[in-house]
Design a protein around this ligand. Structure first.
Ligand code: PEP
Ligand code: MN
Length: 284
């Protein structure tokens, strides 16, 4: 009964968007897909050194991870606090070569964030196979318009505030530009304060229901991010499995050789052993 009501409300809502000429592009079925399902992306929040990312890439490859993640342009909430540790906002251009080396040695494609148009360069495009748009840039329309001109997969992260129509509208931006290879990355949204007095690193709330809600409307591939949904490593295995059970086409999971030492997002990174266990259980 509840599902029926939800379906009716959503269909009316979306019908209205179609009638007013919006969102028709995103609702098309049978579009571009990742080459395997579930498609697993994993690696550190930030690339920290060449040795670290090359070694980690080989470990990811050994357990069947499909693509390596690693941030080199990093948006950080408190830039002054962050730079006090001697670490600025990512290795930036220097990190590109390290990612390239990791890809060459492991054979894995690279997922990495681009924060602004002038980071779309020959060298970044030679190195990044799937361009991540960060949650904070979810509605950066000039960036999305530019990414629409490329012929490269885009992993568009949902802003923490993103409603279903805003998600579809952001996808439409890339699609109207001519880039069919759009995918949605669902991560946590605002609304987690009820956890914070007990688990201080929890900043966002997972929103698993957005997976079937989007699937009801379109065939855009959905990657779920359990790391930026929970902020707390112990919950990453459960939310990973929940997302796949709910219909996600893949996962992007932060993993690190020594999670508590990670230069960014250290509370949510998981170990190689935990990641291996998640992948093993997903295959069962
Ligand atoms: C990230 O993937 O490391 C990241 C910064 O994610 P988000 O944009 O979702 O905060
Ligand atoms: Mn991160």
């Amino acid at each position: 009964m509840q599902k029926k009501i939800l379906k009716k409300i959503m269909n009316d809502y979306i019908q209205n968007l179609i009638d007013t000429g919006k969102l028709d592009l995103v609702l098309q079925k049978n579009r571009w897909k990742f080459e395997s399902s579930p498609y697993i992306i994993s690696g550190p929040c930030s690339v920290e050194s060449e040795e670290m990312i090359v070694n980690w890439a080989m470990k990811m490859k050994s357990i069947g991870v499909n693509a390596l993640r690693g941030g080199i342009y990093k948006p950080t909430t408190f830039p002054v606090k962050t730079s006090l540790n001697g670490w600025k906002e990512g290795l930036r251009e220097n990190g590109l070569q390290f990612l390239k080396q990791a890809s060459n040695e492991s054979g894995l494609p690279i997922v990495s964030e681009i924060m602004e148009i002038n980071q779309i360069t020959q060298s970044s495009m030679d190195c990044i196979d799937i361009i991540q748009v960060g949650a904070r840039n979810f509605q950066n329309f000039t960036l999305l318009d530019e990414l629409g001109k490329l012929n490269k997969p885009i992993l568009l992260k949902r802003g923490m505030w993103g409603t279903i129509d805003e998600i579809l509208g952001a996808c439409e931006r890339v699609l109207v530009g001519g880039n069919e290879k759009i995918s949605i990355c669902l991560r946590g949204v605002v609304g987690a304060p009820s956890y914070r007095h007990v688990f201080p690193s929890i900043r966002w709330a997972p929103d698993i229901m957005m997976i079937p809600a989007l699937k009801e409307l379109c065939d855009i591939p959905i990657i779920y991010d359990p790391s930026h949904s929970t902020g707390y490593r112990n919950f990453v295995p459960a939310i990973s499995k929940a997302a796949i059970a709910a219909g996600a086409d893949g996962l992007i999971i932060e993993s690190h050789p020594a999670p508590e030492m990670s230069v960014s997002d250290s509370d949510q990174a998981i170990t190689f052993e935990t990641l291996s266990k998640i992948l093993f259980e997903l295959k069962k």
